[in-house]
Design a protein around this ligand. Structure first.
Ligand SMILES: [Mg+2]
Length: 412
């Protein structure tokens, strides 16, 4: 069976609360969906979410690259030949892991569905059915972070937390992370992620204090290119230094492993260019004795299911995963819902990733003429008009909240 068509769609999902990272605040996040069909009409889906200012790619760029270059190059190929498809795309353009990754992801889903197996079965099979899952605290305020963490623990959903720091004064950042850890005590494990925001001097000062406060993992404190600095921090401190942005290709993974420049890697499907290349990075870490963490680009349930399938095959997932995207967004794009229970994410059983697109939700959230955009435009038009000229004839509010569909449409 051969690839007959590739369709790409940009869709934006709103978050339940502003999500503060060192480099951006996310209220709504874009993603590129790739839908690949074979000659029989079977379909596979991939998702490439883009965190603003995290990497080198954008949703618009990913879509254009697939539509005009990568897609045409793989039409007619066997979707099960993942390595061949990746090599074909490598010949078209270097790097651009998100764009290649989402194409490969859709091929994995299509192939696994065709075989009637889970995606994990294509990568050696699952070694775990559930993954301990971490919640990212990104309110930017210690009291709010603590309240949010207490709420998640009381609900039996999360007891692993990550505090996003690096945006403000390092003294405030350290105090906020330490306050969260002190409040939660031994009931929870707390990581921090700096997203490359410190220099080495600041990192030495701050990590000493974070380590003393009981923080379990320090993620990407230095700029991605500073492998020597990361090596010195790893030698200096007992607390593991995790590489995220710095480890994307298998070459960078090998360089970090060879130089002992990190104690752990954060795996992310589109960062590495798809499931096959993520598995290769994981294998390098496994061989080097490094621990692994299942990272997120804030995927919806599609990319989260794909990530969970791949992470379920990794032998050393010592730090669990942070696949909390579907819980951060106020809505999703699929018919099926992922199951979060007893501090774990349940790995979907498939076939493929085990997720199918909900056409209504996709129609609402797609950027090109979607109803979400149309409603946004109407609201903006309302705000821009003097209220005396407005005649609000009717509304219906179109939104989705946890399976409850409510319609709201502004007309004036
Ligand atoms: Mg990170």
């Amino acid at each position: 069976m051969r690839i007959a068509s590739i369709e790409t769609i940009i869709a934006d999902l709103p978050t339940r609360r502003p999500h503060h990272l060192a480099m951006a605040t996310i209220n709504s996040q874009g993603r590129v969906l790739a839908r690949i069909r074979d000659e029989s009409g079977n379909e596979g889906i991939g998702e490439a979410p883009v965190i603003p200012h995290y990497g080198a790619e954008t949703v618009e760029g990913v879509k254009l690259l697939i539509d005009d270059y990568l897609g045409p190059s793989v039409i007619g190929q066997n979707p099960a030949a993942l390595e061949a498809i990746l090599l074909t795309m490598d010949k078209i353009v270097k790097d651009n892991a998100y764009a290649k990754g989402v194409v490969e992801m859709a091929c994995v889903d299509l192939t696994a569905r065709s075989f009637g197996v889970s995606a994990a079965a294509l990568f050696g099979g699952a070694v775990r059915e559930r993954i301990p899952t971490l919640w990212v605290l990104g309110t930017g305020d210690a009291a709010k972070d603590i309240a949010e963490a207490e709420e998640k623990m009381a609900a039996g959903l999360y007891k692993l937390f990550l505090v996003k720091i690096g945006k403000g004064d390092p003294r405030d950042d350290v105090a906020r992370a330490a306050a969260v850890k002190q409040a939660l005590g031994d009931r929870a494990r707390v990581h921090v992620d700096i997203n490359q925001s410190w220099n080495e001097t600041t990192a030495v000062w701050a990590i000493e204090r974070l380590q003393n406060a009981g923080i379990a993992v320090i993620e990407q404190p230095l700029p991605r290119a500073d492998i020597e600095g990361m090596r010195r921090l790893s030698e200096r401190f007992a607390v593991p230094i995790m590489a995220d942005e710095a480890v994307d290709t298998i070459d960078s993974a090998m360089a970090f492993a060879r130089n002992r420049a990190a104690g752990a890697f954060s795996l992310k499907l589109v960062k590495h260019g798809g499931l096959l290349r993520t598995r290769k990075v994981a294998t390098i870490a496994e061989a080097a004795g490094l621990s692994l963490f299942g990272g997120t680009m804030l995927e919806s349930s599609i990319g989260t299911a794909a990530s969970a399938q791949l992470f379920s095959t990794v032998s050393r997932l010592d730090w669990g995963c942070q696949l909390f995207g579907p819980e951060l967004f106020s809505d999703g794009l699929t018919v099926e819902q992922l199951v979060y229970q007893d501090f774990h994410l349940v790995v979907p059983s498939g076939p493929g990733f085990g997720m199918t697109i909900d056409p209504d939700k996709l129609a609402f959230y797609r950027r090109d003429g979607g109803r979400y955009r149309a409603t946004q435009a109407k609201v903006l038009a309302l705000v821009g008009q003097p209220w005396s000229y407005l005649r609000l004839e009717a509304y219906s509010f179109l939104g989705y909240a946890r399976g409850h569909r409510v319609h709201l449409e502004a007309r004036c």
